[in-house]
Design a protein around this ligand. Sequence first.
Ligand SMILES: Nc1nc2c(c(=O)[nH]1)N[C@H]1C(S)=C(S)[C@@H](COP(=O)(O)O)O[C@H]1N2
Ligand SMILES: [Mo]
Length: 311
Amino acid sequence: MKFKNTHKDYQVTDESIYRSRRKLIKAGLIGSAAFLTSHALALKLPKHTINGQFKIEEMTSEKDATTYNNFYEFGLSKSEPAEESGSLITDPWSIDISGLCEKQGKIDLDKLVMRFPLEERIYRMRCVEAWSMVIPWMGFRLADLIKYCQPLSNAKYVYFETLYDPKQMPNQNGRSIPWPYREGLRMDEAMNELTLMVIGMYGKKIPNQNGAPLRLIVPWKYGFKGIKSIVKIKFVDKQPLNSWQAIAPDEYGFYANVNPEVDHPRWSQATERRITGGFSLFNSRIKTQLFNGYSEYVADLYKGMDLRKFY
Ligand SMILES: Nc1nc2c(c(=O)[nH]1)N[C@H]1C(S)=C(S)[C@@H](COP(=O)(O)O)O[C@H]1N2
Ligand SMILES: [Mo]
């Protein structure tokens, strides 16, 4: 796969800064290492670095990534999240930390974000429905947050919950999912360097429909693991039941690792429709990669595990 200019979709407000950055890249001075962006590039985001380590295929346009969504709290169609999520109030926002850890209680998101290094990373996102995108996210490592929480030695999993508030999330009046939306990761998956807590995308604050103000991104897993609008993080000793597994355990497991060889009972996972240049039936079908192409970072986590059994 050829790397294309990762910033072509950006609203770059300061050409000169952009050009000097390109010069540095050409000179090999920053290469794949992270470096500080200017305020111009950061737009309304706090200061963060751009981690070029994960350069991949052509990015999905900002428009597609922010208008073709799954966020059942606002409706079951792909367009409703963007249309209906204006009612969600994301500031102020606090996260409740509990369970098997030293740090306990509510913490203001703004204060939390200030504690950790922020960086942008471009990741593939593969939905279990067999479409995919390439999106520049911005956030901090879940590993940093976990260290801050000081988990106890018997904490084996991290459990997450989305906000439950039918006034702000109108489809929570419906019964599609036993609300709130829930997810979980094994501790070593949560600590993996790829696992991000995301607060921005495309150089801006993350929009409501994509999970504002804080969501999880686990790029080697199916998109449904990437729980949105998180209000609760709990350290637990038993594998938590995630929403999709609770609804249809034969179709959706706890691990949900992207795997072209383990089909969904109702469709193949061998290929995916890559959404670039607008969603259409003619989007290119590409081969799905094991762990969504991130094997080198994550394959060790599953050594000796039967991936058909632990889907
Ligand atoms: N709270 C919540 N989180 C959620 C979902 C949801 O319905 N509710 N959908 C999931 C699914 S199925 C996918 S594919 C991704 C979609 O993220 P995106 O809309 O930012 O592309 O969010 C995931 N996180
Ligand atoms: Mo999904």
